[in-house]
Ligand binder design. Structure first.
Ligand SMILES: Cc1cc2nc3c(=O)[nH]c(=O)nc-3n(C[C@H](O)[C@H](O)[C@H](O)COP(=O)(O)OP(=O)(O)OC[C@H]3O[C@@H](n4cnc5c(N)ncnc54)[C@H](O)[C@@H]3O)c2cc1C
Length: 482
């Protein structure tokens, strides 16, 4: 007797799960989740990730049990677990979605592929969204993305044959000896929560999305907050896109249409950014443009970093966002960009330790989006306009009544003297950042590399000529206080 093993990774759902449906068509299914110690020990991991995953797995296990065979959970490195399973339950095929994860999951997938080849196990992987594996060129990528999103949703999973196999415990964070999860106000995981979140967004919350996404006062309700669900695959991008487009087609209201179209564009961006890491895994660790190596590497200031990371820079908007993140694990795009920009330009910190801290704070940590965005907001991609946000202007524009900052900074609310003075002077810090950048961007090597990065990773939405012009401009950035 042989088995079809379905390996769940960042696709913790039952619906629109092609590998599970296909595996069930081929034979007797073992649905498997592997808790990998190396991933739990990685510097980008936080117990808040496990809280979300755990809840999603519990629901998945129940759903699979109703179909006949509960989720089998094992702890250990992937090759080791698969090898042990193979000895007791010979694996004919291994089924999974393609994963664009961090460097560890990339190396682990290569090790699993090698193991599978050696054991004669066929590993079938299915795309898990719009990211294209072994993409030869960015030309035509958007068309491919559209065809992926328009493809039919996978049919419902049929009944599964019950097996005589120990399902194994589903350990809590404490069982795994993880540190306590401090994100006490974070969103819950699970497929049901994902669909409920999408439902309320389309029905009401998202109707002013394009106008309210940038302010942290309104964003918690007006943004979709689907990010952790998309990151752990409790819902697929295709499911979101298809329901969204049906909603757009059904509404006669211009404002709702504009709001939902803006949201549609973000879903496209999601895969556009993830494609960068898929095409070049090294951007998790290295500058997109290697000519920027040395820009900040030797300037790490531990005190500045700690003040930023703990929300005590003396800039209320920066500190409120950080303190909010420490409890909720979520903040909207503009505030993430401001946090990153402040760390990069005002405090002159390298994006890697800053990005690791944010990765641990975000429940929705998605390596492909995250590292591309961290580099983009710290000016090392070469192809994006450099933006230095003024935290004071962000406060005036997006929280003029101080609702958000007062909520998260009790010292301000209470008028106590405990709130620190600004850690750096805005004008001086921006001036110094400009001067340092100017030194690097003048280098000929940087200019040449920018062309290559544009070709490899740049959006093809603009005509090639314009993109070329833009890329050159990007090396001589307009610095502005957005
Ligand atoms: C420094 C930095 C780091 C980031 N790290 C992450 C991360 O680890 N995980 C993550 O999901 N997003 C990340 N983002 C992108 C963005 O901020 C979040 O996707 C968004 O705030 C999530 O909230 P939402 O689901 O309500 O988004 P919505 O505005 O409702 O958008 C819907 C979905 O579109 C995608 N999306 C939205 N904005 C972007 C964007 N600018 N780039 C790429 N995809 C986008 C996300 O999947 C999001 O869930 C980062 C942004 C910055 C500036």
């Amino acid at each position: 007797m042989t088995y079809e093993v379905v390996w769940f990774k960042r696709d913790l759902r039952l619906r629109d799960h092609a590998p599970l449906v296909e595996a069930a068509r081929h034979g007797t299914v073992i649905p498997l989740y592997i808790i990998e110690p190396s991933l739990l020990a990685a510097p980008d991991f936080d117990p808040c990730h496990w809280t979300f995953i755990h809840r999603s797995l519990a629901e998945l296990r129940d759903g699979l049990a109703k179909l006949g065979q509960p989720l089998v959970v094992r702890q250990g490195e992937a090759v080791e677990v698969l090898n042990q399973l193979h000895q007791t339950h010979p694996i004919l095929r291994l089924w999974s979605h393609e994963e664009t994860g961090n460097g560890l999951t990339y190396a682990r997938d290569r090790a699993v592929a090698k193991w599978a080849r050696e054991k004669g196990v066929e590993w079938r992987e299915t795309p898990n969204g719009g990211v294209v594996r072994r993409l030869p060129s960015r030309d035509g990528w958007s068309r491919l993305w559209e065809s992926r999103m328009a493809a039919p949703i996978a049919p419902d999973v049929p009944a599964l044959a019950p097996l005589t196999i120990d399902s194994g415990p589903l350990p809590s964070g404490r069982d795994l000896r993880l540190a306590p999860d401090h994100r006490t106000l974070a969103q819950p995981g699970g497929e049901a929560a994902a669909h409920a979140t999408l439902g309320t967004f389309l029905a009401e919350r998202g109707h002013r999305y394009h106008r309210e996404m940038s302010s942290p006062v309104t964003a918690f309700s007006s943004c979709s907050k689907l990010s952790p669900h998309l990151a752990y695959g409790t819902i697929s991008t295709r499911q979101v896109v298809q329901k969204l487009r049906a909603r757009i087609a059904a509404t006669g209201d211009k404002q709702i249409r504009a709001a939902l179209r803006a949201f549609d564009a973000r879903l496209h961006w999601r895969d556009h950014f993830m494609q960068k890491l898929e095409d070049e895994p090294a951007i998790e660790f290295h500058n997109f443009v290697r000519g920027f190596d040395g820009l900040r590497e030797s300037d790490h200031d531990a005190e500045r970093f700690a003040a930023w990371a703990e929300g005590r820079t003396g800039y209320p908007m920066v500190d409120a966002c950080m303190r909010c993140l420490l409890q909720t694990g979520w903040i909207n795009f503009r505030m993430r960009a401001m946090l990153m920009s402040f760390a990069s330009y005002h405090l002159w910190l390298h994006w890697r330790p800053v990005g690791l801290h944010l990765a641990r704070l975000f429940v929705d940590y998605e390596p492909g989006i995250h590292w591309s965005q961290c580099q983009m907001q710290s000016g090392t991609t070469g192809i994006n306009t450099i933006r230095i946000y003024s935290p004071s202007k962000q406060l005036l524009d997006h929280d003029p009544k101080g609702i958000f900052v007062n909520r998260w900074i009790p010292e301000l609310r209470e008028g106590s003297s405990g709130y620190p003075a600004p850690i750096v002077d805005h004008a001086d810090a921006v001036k110094a950042a400009r001067a340092r950048l100017a030194q690097f961007r003048a280098q000929l090597g940087v200019r040449r590399e920018v062309e290559a990065v544009t070709q490899k990773h740049g959006s093809r939405k603009r005509p090639a000529k314009q993109a070329k012009k833009r890329s050159v401009k990007a090396v001589q950035p307009t610095l502005f206080d957005a």
